[in-house]
Every structure is written in C-alpha cells, then in structure tokens.
Design a protein around this ligand. Structure first.
Ligand code: COA
Length: 255
C-alpha cells in the first residue's frame, strides 16, 4: 500500500493520513484509490466504527494534483477520484476530518461530507475551481448554496479566495478551531466517543440527517460531466500552465 496515504486501524478508529508533504499533499489517482478503498472497507468492516482523515506537515491537502489534471483529463466513473467522491457520499459510518493546514479544492469540498470537522488555527481553506477555469466538484455546487445561501456560496466558489478557519467556523463548514498541538487529541477523542456508541443507531442517525444520497450522487455526476470538458478547455490549459510557470493566468483572450 502506498505510503502517500498512511492507513492505520486501532480501537475501532480507521485513520487516513495524507502524506505527500513535498507536494503539499496534492492528491494523485493512486492516493484517491487508497482513500476510496479504505472508506469502502470501513463501511463493510464491523471492527471499524469511525474514520478520521488528516494531513501532514503544513497541509491537509492542496487538492487534486495539477499535473494529473493535465495528463489525465477525464471524469470517467472508474477514475479513483470519482470512486472517492462516491465513497464520501455513500459512507454511512461517521467520518471526521482533522484539518491541520492547507485545504484546497477537494481538501475543502470533502469536508462537506464529513460529520465532524476540527481545524487547526493554522488551517486555510479555498475553492479555487473558477481560478483554474474549472467548476466545483463533490456536489459542492449544490451543498454549499444549501448550507450557506447563494451569496455566501458564490463568494467561496466564484471569487475562490483563501479563507480563514474563523470564516469556515462562521459558515458552519467546521465544528471547532483548536491550537495545532491539540488537533490530533481533539479529533481522536471525538472519534473514540463515536467508536463507543451503538453503531447501527449512529448509521441510521447519519442517514436520516443526510437524506437522499441519490441527489448528491446525481449532482456529482452533473458536475463531473462539465468538469471533464473543462479540463481540456483552452481556459483551463492556460490556468494550469500559468501555475506550472509560476505566473498569473491571462484570461483576457477568451470570450
Ligand atoms: N498539484 C501538484 N503540485 C502541487 C500542488 C498541486 N495541487 N500544490 C502544490 N504543489 C507542489 C508545487 O508545484 C511545489 O512543487 P515543487 O517544489 O516541485 O516546485 C510544491 O508542491 C510546493 O508548493 P508551492 O507552490 O511552492 O508552495 P506554496 O506554499 O508557495 O503554495 C499552494 C502552496 C497550495 C497555495 C500552491 O502550491 C497552490 O496554489 N497549489 C495549487 C492548488 C490547486 O489549485 N489545487 C487544485 C484545486 S482544484
């Protein structure tokens, strides 16, 4: 198994640690596959009561690997990123995120599928899809307006600026901001509490709160279709190229 995602299981808690610090924990298809398989295993394995996802060093995750976007521009249902999104939507067991640093793109959208989210004071959040000439994913184009109202969701998804843990708390995307040295302890304590509860009651409670998962899956599919065409668009090529060349994108030539 890849050491770019470290998977441990102890006392009913499955911990998934994204571990590619030299690339700010950018996610490759191989890493998504480990994340998706792990969540699918958690769903089936009676010994796993709760999953916790976290990062390493200064990053939770800087989102999808941008080279991967360039080299592998499809949104095929079999693609590991899509499998991961489906696992997030389908998992009935509790999922906790411990956001230790940068949470870019899917680093923020996956939080919308978590049950409890703890963030370090050092965390930052951003949804820069439009800045990359892409569109939102993980059903965030539906879930964020539903949670926040259109204008606040548009602020995050259309301006695409980095936002603070204070704003994430105010918007209800996270539960609590903790000092960095308490993040692991706080999130693992919550996981231990959940691991001791009646598992079926928890699963049913989560299902009742989440409602119709098909709507989420349908939105993911609609987003995926547009996302796939955007990836090969000249606008997105310019945005990715600009990132690689460490310059600002120039969208002035597009109509
Ligand atoms: N995909 C691929 N590589 C990435 C990456 C990503 N999403 N995010 C960071 N990296 C790489 C950088 O290319 C750099 O690699 P190098 O050392 O080989 O040059 C390394 O990680 C460190 O990143 P750097 O940009 O130097 O760090 P920073 O602290 O100045 O900035 C970010 C961090 C996350 C703000 C910046 O890297 C960034 O904007 N990344 C892209 C995020 C993104 O758009 N994700 C997709 C969302 S849909």
């Amino acid at each position: 198994m890849s050491d770019r995602v470290i998977v441990t299981i102890k006392d009913g808690i499955q911990k998934l640690t994204i571990n590619r610090a030299d690339k700010k924990n950018a996610l490759t298809q191989e890493m998504y596959a480990v994340l998706a398989n792990s969540l699918n295993t958690a769903e089936k394995d009676a010994d796993i009561r709760v999953s916790v996802i976290t990062g390493t060093a200064d990053s939770f995750t800087s989102g999808n690997d941008l080279m991967d976007f360039l080299q592998n521009p499809s949104s095929d249902e079999e693609k590991p990123v899509i499998q991961f999104l489906h696992a997030l939507a389908n998992i009935r067991k509790p999922l906790i995120a411990a956001v230790n640093g940068l949470a870019v793109g899917i680093g923020t959208t996956m939080l919308l599928h978590c049950d409890l989210v703890y963030a370090s004071e050092d965390a930052t959040f951003s949804l820069p899809f439009v800045n990359l000439a892409l569109v939102p994913e993980a059903a965030s184009s539906m879930l964020l307006p539903k949670m926040l109202g259109h204008q606040r969701a548009a602020e995050l998804l259309m301006l695409g600026d980095t936002f603070t843990p204070q704003k994430a708390l105010e918007f209800g995307i996270i539960n609590e901001i903790v000092v960095p040295e308490k993040l692991e302890e706080t999130s693992m304590a919550a996981a231990a509490k959940l691991a001791a509860k009646a598992p079926e009651a928890l699963r049913l409670t989560k299902s009742l709160m989440k409602g119709d998962t098909d709507l989420v899956l349908k939105q993911m599919q609609a987003e995926g279709e547009v996302f796939g065409t955007r990836l090969t668009s000249p606008e997105a090529r310019e945005a990715m190229q600009a990132f690689m060349e460490r310059r600002l994108p120039d969208f002035s030539k597009f109509s």
